[in-house]
Design a protein around this ligand. Sequence first.
Ligand SMILES: Cc1cc2nc3c(=O)[nH]c(=O)nc-3n(C[C@H](O)[C@H](O)[C@H](O)COP(=O)(O)OP(=O)(O)OC[C@H]3O[C@@H](n4cnc5c(N)ncnc54)[C@H](O)[C@@H]3O)c2cc1C
Length: 416
Amino acid sequence: MVLALSDSGSATYILRMEKTQTDILISGGGVAGMTAAAAFGTAGFNVICVDPTPPITERDADGSDLRSTAFLQPSRDFLEDAGIWSKLDAHASPLQTMRIVDAGGVVNEPRLTRDFDASDISERPFGWNLPNWLLRREMVARLKELPNVDFRPGVGTASVLTRQTEARVSLSDGTLVSARMIIAADGRNSPVRRALGIGAKTTRYGQKALAFAVTHPIPHDGVSTEIHRSGGPFTLVPLPDYNGKPSSAIVWMERGPEARRLYELDATAFNEAISERSCHLFGPLTLASRRTIWPIISQISDSFYGERTALIAEAAHVVPPIGAQGLNMSIGDMRALLDLAQAAPDSLGSPKMLAAYERKRKAEVHARVAGVNLLNRASMMGEQPLRDLRAAGVSALYSMAPVRKTLMQLGLGARG
Ligand SMILES: Cc1cc2nc3c(=O)[nH]c(=O)nc-3n(C[C@H](O)[C@H](O)[C@H](O)COP(=O)(O)OP(=O)(O)OC[C@H]3O[C@@H](n4cnc5c(N)ncnc54)[C@H](O)[C@@H]3O)c2cc1C
């Protein structure tokens, strides 16, 4: 018999039918949690991964995640080691060029276009773009191949009790798991982070992002295009052709009420709005999926660890979707944690290991959150003089070749 805390905080006694031991309990089986499960499982650790919401693995199913993720070079290497990349490779769209377009003049048309070409700094593309629903499908398939990974969709973390030597997690199906380490990958409202009493600092922008797919007559040629006017960036990221037509994933960030209005437009009016906002760079755009809408915040956890627990991904940090930093930073967390675990497997989850994890991640994550915050605020600017200043800034930075290359390397994950 164990003591668990109910939602109201009152003590409840629950009879246990099953007690399981594992090296790592991952709370959260989103894209980050499943990646962590594959990585630690491939490295030989015993892993249980739980999530109350089973992954949706079909594009057109209700509730499917229509965002896409651009995995930058270092993330691809990590996914290769985790045995995931070989399943994704055939579906990935390489991103060779990042194009920044400023359309912040009085008239909505491109007044400044600057290309960042991956060949300036590398023989490989900047990254590879994949739809999130497909990531989930292939990650589920990878987890099934690993006998030491027990993925339990439909089951969540109910309560957490940590001791110096282990963490005891009770699950929503009544199972009790004893783990040497918890990885909290249970999102921006992380129940594990809350259970451990770790706070987080949140910045709200009053902004939302619409995410959807489109087709267009003019091919994207592997160019990811970010168009700035006001309210936030409008970004098109290459996808493989859809129904025989060039296709892109779009993230359109706008102030909340405007985003909501756009979300509710009928398809014809929406097609007109997106074609106009894209400055017709790819010809008329046609909506080719449902629309999804996401609140935009920045957030950073006060600590990246608690007793026997490491916080990763959105449980530790959230950024607006600019420059493909979110999940790529999360993979940086996993890499740091896995390196430490492999260097001293007997110390898995020890205070020393977890403190070292935070030391490895905190400065970089803080710098990236601050950088993305700045870019987002610059892109939101509405007043004409500020928009003119923004265009001048992009132009000046771009014209200095060493600065341009450093920015590209930083964007890929090189440390500053
Ligand atoms: C519009 C948009 C576009 C983006 N584009 C990119 C991009 O191009 N590149 C990039 O790197 N990043 C991108 N990001 C960021 C990226 O999508 C996120 O970093 C990533 O999805 C977050 O993953 P996560 O697994 O941390 O959180 P989530 O996806 O929120 O997963 C958390 C999981 O925890 C589960 N959970 C909740 N409660 C419990 C519980 N009690 N027990 C167990 N599990 C629980 C939830 O069900 C959920 O599945 C984008 C974000 C947005 C909003």
